[in-house]
Design a protein around this ligand. Sequence first.
Ligand SMILES: Cc1ncc(COP(=O)(O)O)c(C=O)c1O
Length: 417
Amino acid sequence: MTMTSVWSAFDPARWEALAEAHGTPFFLFDADLVARRVQQVRDACAGLAGVYYAVKANPNLGLLRAVNGCVDGVDISSGGEQMQAELAGFAPARMSFAGPAKTEAELTAAIGAGVGCISVESLREIDACARIAARLGKPAQIILRVNPNQVHKSYGLKMGGRAVQFGIDEDLLPQAERRVLEHGAHLVCRGLHSYVGSQCFDGAGVLESTRTALGLARAFESRTGLTCRKLNLGGGFGVAQSGEERELGLESLAPGLQEMLGAFRREHPACEVFFELGRFITAEAGIYVTRVVDLKASRGTQYLVCDGGLNHQLAAAGTFGAALRSNFPLLNLSRGAADAAVFNVAGPSCNPTDLLGIKVTLPLAQPGDLLGVAMSGAYGLTASPLLFLGRDTPAELVQRDGSIEIGRRRHTLADFN
Ligand SMILES: Cc1ncc(COP(=O)(O)O)c(C=O)c1O
């Protein structure tokens, strides 16, 4: 399936009906496609590793509820995400909590609720977990997040293999393990976590980071005498949301992955091994729909000015961590085959970088048309400055089994007072 054909079942009248019912802009997510993406990862692992969903990629409640039925657990990064995952029906035991600045209150809530594994990211955090666990009279279930010495060059955004705020440097791991053991029964250390980066398009990168994590787990066991019961292999499977259609090729990766995981699982039949994925699971499954308010020319360039832009979909404007900006796939949802023209597609804000598309060829558009930004299912609203300029936040709709429900309602600026 191509990135834009996901939406080809919708005709202009259907898009217009959704816009009338929910207002514009809005997001629409296809939960069935999300389930198929999870299954693709499961198939590549031949059941030897589980799949956790990284809530930060898209915390929409309706989507999370749908995802609940097809993933093994969730990666959460805050107390807010823990609450949202609980609302979506995830038991705390199915949560893995990572993040470099977990507060005392967040750790207390996580330990109190029995979160399945807290990825501790520093020596201080080990002590904090033990102290809170002692106070609560309930052991903290932790795993140690490692920042490995080497990370394959193919990760577009590296979160390990160099100086970073995440995890415990590999060289400090023996010290961290001793610290854990000193805390005795207050800490149940179940294993390790290694998330080394995002947007990896080369199977060799995932294979190398997996090999490294398995090796680290074996070394952890031999140093501590503990058995590894949870091994979080990280995520970062790449999907291009802009530019050319490109994603990590699971088929080429599968044989090597299965061999490695198979060997590890034979030694560790009781160990829960899993990937935690965001973008790969949800990016393709979302579209952001905005209405053209104005068509104007400025010094020879045609601008379609829309009622939504970087305030809801910052990444499409190229300002969410992209080194080089390129257009997300854009569609004119109101017109089928019409003469095409070249446009800049602008959002409503006062910032000249508020461009959802630069020099995009689109079926000739007019004010009133609906435009769609495909590949908007991951790091969309959640990673955007949604209060900027005080427009309503968009409704987020979730399609599942052919019916569409509101996954998050619109909010006005006043709702946030
Ligand atoms: C700890 C952790 N897990 C999972 C993810 C999800 O990454 P991705 O969407 O690239 O799969 C991230 C992203 O930053 C992360 O920091």
